[in-house]
Design a binder for this molecule. Structure first.
Ligand SMILES: C[S@@+](CC[C@H](N)C(=O)[O-])C[C@H]1O[C@@H](n2cnc3c(N)ncnc32)[C@H](O)[C@@H]1O
Length: 311
């Protein structure tokens, strides 16, 4: 876990690179601008319904989604949080520099009337990885930071063991079975929600719930658009799917459901519009295909959204 943290957020950490996340992989927020725009529209609809006037993008990369929100609704106060200093963004967009991983900046506090949105943040919050050994014992996986070579360490104990028993019970008869222990992610999420005086926090990630834990684990690396061996040397992203149901939450739904509830539907415009207003028709088609990408089965639509109201 320390190697993972250092590789992403250390002095020469992967996420400090000028290219930012968009230099290595696409997300709903930054890959295709039309997709980011549909996401921003959905979030603004939600904010309007909830009467929220501040948008905080937690782990916002280089602020791509913030710019979309600001452009569509300049009256909304926008604040980005990420580990680098403020990139070139529209002047009114605020910024907080964060230490990274499970740590948050002190200035992120007393947020009121706020939507905190964390898209693909928790999957890059390092967590301990454990594996069942030949005798059925669940042991922590240790890694050589320069080669990625792994070996098994001590048996998992304490709060981590309790987390496994509650959220990721394993079959001890299956040596090699893995657990990605979500305890640090749960704490990081609770810490983020504790900064919220009123409003709503949403964690969005590729993840799983208790009925669908991935037996062999999901830890992997990404570099320049390609999946690579997860070597914690700072040269690649390191990510593992999130146990979304262990996060404190009020509601947990897939992205398809969440976005349809706020009008992001992928419905194509009526044929008549092509004749009466071709420009609007083309625009409608573009919006529909972006919405379809956000909600598609086997793709972004399967991401999970954990909604948590200010406590
Ligand atoms: C997978 S990228 C997602 C970026 C963006 N949310 C998107 O969807 O395109 C994860 C981002 O979270 C940031 N991050 C990780 N831990 C953080 C923390 N504690 N505070 C702020 N940003 C963090 C990383 O620096 C990185 O930019």
């Amino acid at each position: 876990m320390q190697a993972w943290d250092q590789a992403l957020y250390g002095e020469k950490g992967f996420y400090r690179q000028a290219a930012g996340p968009a230099g290595h992989f696409s997300t709903a927020a930054q890959g295709v601008p039309q997709i980011g725009e549909q996401l921003a529209r959905g979030l603004l609809t939600l904010m309007d319904r909830e009467g929220l006037d501040t948008f905080v993008d937690m782990g916002c990369g280089r602020g791509e989604l913030l710019e979309q929100v600001h452009r569509l609704a300049p009256q909304i106060r926008c604040i980005g949080v990420d580990i680098v200093s403020r990139p070139a963004l529209s002047k009114p967009v605020g910024w907080l520099q964060s230490p990274g991983g499970e740590r948050l900046p002190d200035e992120l506090a007393a947020l009121t009337g706020t939507l905190v949105f964390a898209n693909e943040w928790l999957d890059v919050v390092p967590c301990p990885i454990a594996e069942i050994d030949a005798s059925g014992e669940l042991r922590e996986v240790l890694v050589d930071a320069s080669t990625g070579e792994e070996q098994l360490g001590d048996p998992v104990c304490g709060a981590d063991r309790q987390w496994c028993q509650r959220f990721w019970p394993v079959d001890h008869c299956v040596p090699g079975g893995r657990v990605e222990i979500g305890q640090p992610r749960d704490s990081a999420w609770d810490n983020l929600v504790s900064r919220l005086g009123s409003g709503l926090a949403i964690a969005v990630d590729y993840g799983h719930t208790i009925g669908s834990r991935p037996g062999p684990g999901t830890l992997t690396g990404f570099r320049q658009g390609r999946q690579v061996m997860p070597v914690p040397d700072g040269s690649c992203d390191l990510t593992a799917h999130v146990a979304m149901d262990s996060l404190t939450h009020d509601e947990l739904v897939d992205q398809r459901t969440a976005l349809r509830q706020v009008g992001v539907s992928g419905r194509i415009p009526p044929n008549d519009l092509a004749r009466t207003n071709p420009a609007a028709y083309l625009q409608g088609l573009g919006a529909a295909s972006a919405a379809a990408a956000l909600t598609t089965r086997g793709g972004l639509g399967d991401f999970l959204w954990a909604f948590t109201r200010a406590r």
